[in-house]
Design a protein around this ligand. Structure first.
Ligand SMILES: Cc1cc2nc3c(=O)[nH]c(=O)nc-3n(C[C@H](O)[C@H](O)[C@H](O)COP(=O)(O)OP(=O)(O)OC[C@H]3O[C@@H](n4cnc5c(N)ncnc54)[C@H](O)[C@@H]3O)c2cc1C
Length: 467
């Protein structure tokens, strides 16, 4: 696609929409050229940091009318190059739209601007009886980024992912109008849900400016059980049995000794359990003590059949529990630190098929001589699989990682899984999309994209190729 190159006149026109020159950055630095993985880098021609809906509307309309690419950007903690200005143009950096607009405990909602970070929402709610439940591990991400990737979190089994916690969005589309998608009402049987279409759209359909979140009362009791097993496979195999037994955990995470060793080195710390090679972290919350005790007893009796060793049971506020969660949340960074270059596969398969994926990973490690550490959400089938470059040259790494990526996508497709469970497709994987989901399905998405964005200016080149 040939886009219009920004001229001095465009810059002056766009500048007139923004009240403060400090938020109009004409010489972007490398701060704006990468996301967390740096697998793709690209510098925008201009960065604009809006603070209100009106500024967003004017900039988006101008970009669309003048055929200038515009890429919404959260806090750039994404992993698939989704927020990069690969065609140049404007990076619309949302981090200064970071206010809480309304706290409404009576409707169990709060409304925020899209650039607020999860960490700030958590701080805002810390002295209130409510919480925003999804719990993605990256607290620096913005809520707009989370909505746009439909971020998953550690509590997906019991409470669902970001989608289940969004009541309403305010969105600027390419005509420059501000639309309200959804409402504070709990239910809707009122036609197509455009709110749900925008969730997970990775900024390709419009710019989200405000988000109304569903709040939950803080659970009264929260505990974690860390269950060691002789192997990771034993650990994973126990999960469908735990879930089928009637226990509804908030969390079931898996990790193996290999990634824990990397974390110990990264954090210069010790994981509290020495015994076992595979671990399940089980989280339970409840209204009463009796409830979680009964669920825990049930889960621990089920896992015996899978050679489970003695579990460590911890109150959520204990120092050991905090350390275990810190370890889980830092695993990605620990693996990243262990290798010069890293890429990720984030496939999601039906929970009973995780062992097949782990077997295929082991085969590929041997066959292609590449280290592929992994961990993930055993309770929802979403694996985080990392391709480490180690001693390889850039060419060897590019060739080997491409083979691993296509092989594991074939595995996920054969198991009726998805390409990404929570990190998105972005730019890095857009070229695999049509092969995974098929021509007719991708054509349907292209028609939707064209309806929302006829000039293909909003985050072009992401999720799937337009052709
Ligand atoms: C250590 C670590 C742990 C992580 N853990 C998790 C996890 O547990 N679960 C998970 O899901 N992800 C996780 N991630 C990935 C990342 O945090 C998420 O993808 C997050 O949603 C990105 O948010 P962001 O604000 O950084 O957005 P960015 O990375 O800046 O952008 C992501 C996408 O959102 C779009 N976007 C951003 N804001 C808007 C807006 N206002 N309107 C329209 N589009 C917008 C961008 O165009 C882009 O397509 C982790 C990342 C790291 C580094």
């Amino acid at each position: 696609m040939n886009y219009h190159q920004l001229t001095q006149t465009d810059r002056e026109n766009l500048r007139s929409f923004i009240s403060d020159p400090e938020r109009f950055i004409t010489e972007p630095t490398t701060h704006w050229d990468h996301d967390q993985f740096r697998t793709v880098t690209a510098l925008p021609d201009l960065v604009i940091q809006p603070v209100n809906n009106d500024e967003v509307s004017k900039v988006v309309k101008y970009a669309s009318d003048n055929h200038i690419p515009l890429v919404p950007r959260g806090n750039s903690t994404g992993l698939m190059g989704a927020n990069l200005s690969v065609d140049g143009g404007i990076s619309l950096d949302m981090v200064k739209m970071n206010k809480v607009l309304e706290y409404d405990p009576d409707s169990l909602t709060m409304t925020v601007q899209a650039g607020i970070r999860l960490k700030d929402i958590e701080e805002y709610l810390s002295d209130k009886p409510f919480t925003y439940m999804p719990a993605p591990a990256m607290h620096w991400a913005t809520i707009g980024g989370n909505v746009s990737t439909n971020a998953g979190g550690l509590k997906a089994i019991k409470y669902g992912v970001t989608r289940e916690h969004i009541r309403e969005l305010k969105v600027v589309l390419t005509d420059g109008k501000l639309y309200k998608f959804g409402s504070k009402a709990v239910k809707s049987s009122s036609g197509y849900s455009l709110k749900d279409l925008l969730i997970g759209a990775e900024g390709t359909l419009g710019v989200i400016t405000e988000v109304t979140l569903r709040l939950y009362p803080n659970p009264r009791k929260t505990i974690n059980a860390i269950i060691p097993f002789p192997t990771l496979n034993d650990a994973i195999k126990s999960v469908p049995a735990i879930l089928a037994s009637g226990v509804v955990p908030t969390t079931v995470e898996f990790m193996g000794r290999k990634v824990i060793d990397l974390w110990e080195k990264y954090a210069n710390d010790q994981f509290p359990i020495k015994d076992g090679d595979g671990f399940i972290i089980l989280g339970l919350d409840s209204f009463t003590e009796e409830e979680w005790k009964a669920e825990l007893e049930q889960a621990l009796s089920v896992v015996k059949e899978f050679k489970a060793k003695e579990a460590l049971v911890l109150g959520a506020d204990s120092d050991e529990a905090k350390k275990i969660w810190k370890c889980r949340e830092e695993l990605l960074l620990a693996i990243q630190k262990s290798t010069p270059k890293m890429d990720e596969i984030d496939i999601c398969v039906p929970i009973n098929h995780i062992p097949e994926v782990l077997d295929r990973i082991e085969e590929l490690e041997k066959e292609l001589k590449i280290r592929i550490p992994n961990f993930g959400h055993a309770g929802d089938g979403n694996l985080h699989i990392y391709l480490c470059s180690d001693e390889m040259t850039d060419e060897q790494y590019a060739e080997t990682s491409n083979k691993v990526i296509s092989e594991l996508y074939k595995t996920a497709k054969a198991l009726d899984g998805n390409m990404s469970g929570e990190h998105g497709i972005g730019y890095a994987r857009a070229n695999y999309y049509e092969e995974f989901y098929g021509h007719d399905y991708t054509e349907m998405l292209r028609k939707i994209k064209t309806l929302f964005d006829p000039n293909d200016v909003i985050n072009p080149g992401k999720i799937f190729e337009m052709k």
